[in-house]
Design a protein. Structure first.
Length: 352
């Protein structure tokens, strides 16, 4: 009996210990579950936040990429059918594209794409480094080609003389008109005359490799040529004439519709004779001549005196303005109609 009693007691104790242990573990388990549950909720919450944030970020990028894709497409179209009247719109859109390409936003969009966060089938031309770079390069090349240029040959041997005063007045006006201008003074250089050797027919350049051969590519790239000279014995400066003979004779590129203008500077007389002499270089090769409100002449004897010739300087400004207009109009005309049709040259002289 006694044995049974102690067995019951033990069983009872064991049962109680089991219950107590269960209660104890149950409490802990609940706590552990609670903690895991809480952690799980937090993790889910943060990944949800992250996910929502990412979706938002991708949406912003997609909108942005779409906007610049459109700009890029428009720029491509305009470059295909480029004309001067579209130049301004093109300039603004290219500037926008360029600003995006060099911004942190572009880097961000590019990285999102690289990480595979953007839709596979979307248009992503603006995210292609080569694509956007090549487009901007093409634009810059066309712009460079399309910038109107004037070359001025100053035939005076005197640096900062009166011819320079007249030329400078024109330079300012050309710049105001958005025309790129380069002045080369040749009157103070050692330039010999043409020797009629005919080498230029074979070589395409003058046998004497001096400033004339340097002027040739500048002349070819220009839309207009101004020739300015002091008057010497009712004629142009001899160095200038040597230079022009060789320049015009040795260059065989098409000069048609490059605009010419001549400027003459003297103390008193021989201006219009010199003016006529210089204009003849233009009219022998299809170059239209720009004119002003009076003969293109400026008066002065000692260096700088020409600054006092108000009418002469006004004539220079008007000449440069008229010449700019003519150059721009011819550019538009060339875009629309092309250059006049050429004929095969008939070369005859008085013997046959
Ligand atoms: C050799 C020589 C010939 C000249 N012949 C004339 C002339 O025929 N008529 C005239 O009005 N001035 C003549 N002049 C004066 C210059 O044309 C005048 O000084 C002009 O302002 C010079 O331009 P520059 O300062 O750009 O050299 C002559 C000057 C020189 C040195």
């Amino acid at each position: 009996m006694a044995g049974n009693r102690s067995l019951r007691k033990r069983n009872y104790r064991m049962k109680n210990i089991g219950v107590a242990t269960s209660v104890f573990f149950y409490g802990y388990l609940r706590k552990i579950f609670f903690i895991f549950g809480w952690l799980y909720d937090r993790m889910n919450e943060s990944s949800l936040e992250e996910q929502t944030g990412m979706i938002h970020e991708v949406d912003i990028s997609l909108e942005r990429i779409k906007k610049y894709e459109k700009i890029m497409h428009d720029v491509e179209q305009m470059l295909e059918n480029y004309s001067k009247d579209k130049a301004l719109a093109l300039q603004e859109q290219v500037a926008e594209l360029e600003a995006y390409y060099t911004s942190d936003e572009w880097k961000h969009d590019y990285e999102l794409d690289e990480a595979g966060n953007l839709p596979k089938d979307m248009k992503r031309g603006v995210l292609s480094q080569d694509g956007i770079y090549n487009l901007l390069e093409r634009y810059n090349e066309i712009e460079e080609e399309r910038t109107m240029k004037v070359l001025i040959i100053n035939g005076s041997p005197r640096v900062d003389g009166n011819t320079t005063v007249a030329v400078n007045e024109m330079v300012k006006t050309f710049e105001d008109e958005g025309i790129e201008v380069e002045v080369v003074q040749i009157g103070n250089k050692d330039v010999r005359g043409c020797i009629a050797c005919g080498t230029c027919y074979k070589k395409g350049k003058c046998v004497f490799d001096d400033v004339v051969n340097e002027l040739a590519p500048k002349f070819e790239a220009s839309d207009g040529l101004v020739v300015a000279s002091p008057v010497y014995y009712a004629s142009a400066n001899a160095t200038l004439i040597a230079c022009l003979d060789r320049l015009f004779y040795s260059t065989h590129f098409d000069k048609t519709m490059k605009v010419g203008a001549s400027v003459v500077v003297a103390r008193r007389g021989g201006l219009s004779a010199t003016f006529d002499e210089l204009n003849k270089y233009f009219t022998i090769c299809g170059m239209p001549i720009a004119s002003s409100q009076y003969w293109n002449s400026v008066h002065g004897r000692e260096k700088g005196e020409a600054k006092q010739d108000a009418e002469g300087l006004q004539t220079m400004r008007v000449l440069a303005r008229n010449m700019s207009f003519l150059i721009k109009s011819i550019a538009l005309g060339k875009d629309k109609y092309g250059l006049p049709q050429k004929e095969e040259r008939q070369a005859t002289h008085f013997i046959r």
